[in-house]
Ligand binder design. Structure first.
Ligand SMILES: *[C@@H]1O[C@H](CO)[C@@H](O)[C@H](O)[C@H]1NC(C)=O
Ligand SMILES: *[C@@H]1O[C@H](CO)[C@@H](O)[C@H](O)[C@H]1NC(C)=O
Length: 189
């Protein structure tokens, strides 16, 4: 029964596509946006939280998995790759309330300066955002005071999301490379 219904739905979708002048492909149809909880009216939200990246100690939250390539300048760390699962807190202190985590990868991808390609999922754990994720991918030239990177999407509450993040380093320990970064996330969802 369900398959029959689905089949006629698909046929109708294809028909709609063909009468609207689209090339009929057989594998694409239109969907009611509401059925995927797509709202016409979007909310622009601003989140602010703090990430804590710990390279030192017995339980680092960030590890370099590929070292810099020696034949390039040592200041750019070109070619290095790392993976992290850093805690996100409400306030700048490590003991502040945890609101989620930042899971992702970074790689030094510039030969001219210390700049990272950063791929991150913010996994939120607070209230109605619990279990929803915001994904950003971008370039982070670490020496700059503010780095802007685009939000490319999200899941759960953040389905169809777009926007950008701003990251600012609040503290950096050159010995351990531990750092605290303030993230301001502006996201349409
Ligand atoms: C770096 O992380 C280690 C391990 O958690 C911690 O003991 C140390 O205090 C941190 N250093 C800084 C400067 O935050
Ligand atoms: C978030 O959801 C998980 C899984 O459903 C649950 O175990 C956890 O207690 C929730 N956290 C908060 C802060 O609501």
């Amino acid at each position: 029964m369900a398959t029959k219904f689905l089949l006629s739905f698909l046929l109708i979708s294809c028909y709609v596509l063909s009468i609207s002048g689209e090339k009929e492909t057989g594998f694409v149809g239109s969907v009611d946006p509401k059925s995927l909880s797509y709202k016409k009216k979007h909310t622009l939200s601003h989140f602010r939280f703090y990430w804590h990246e710990i390279f030192s100690g017995s339980n680092p939250s960030s590890v370099r998995i590929i070292p810099p390539q020696p034949k390039y300048s040592t200041t750019t760390t070109f070619g290095s790759v790392g993976v992290f699962d850093n805690v996100l807190t409400l306030g700048p202190e490590l003991y502040s309330k945890v609101v989620g985590s930042a899971e992702g990868l970074y790689s030094s991808t510039s030969q001219k300066e210390f700049a990272l390609l950063v791929i991150t999922n913010f996994v939120l754990t607070e209230g109605k955002y619990n279990g929803s994720t915001i994904t950003f991918v971008g370039r982070s030239p670490i020496a700059q005071k503010v780095r802007e990177m685009p939000v490319v999407g999200g899941s759960g509450v953040f389905r169809f999301a777009r926007g950008f993040v701003e990251s600012r380093t609040l503290s950096f320990d050159p010995q351990t490379r531990n750092n605290t970064i303030e993230y301001n996330v502006y996201v349409y969802h």
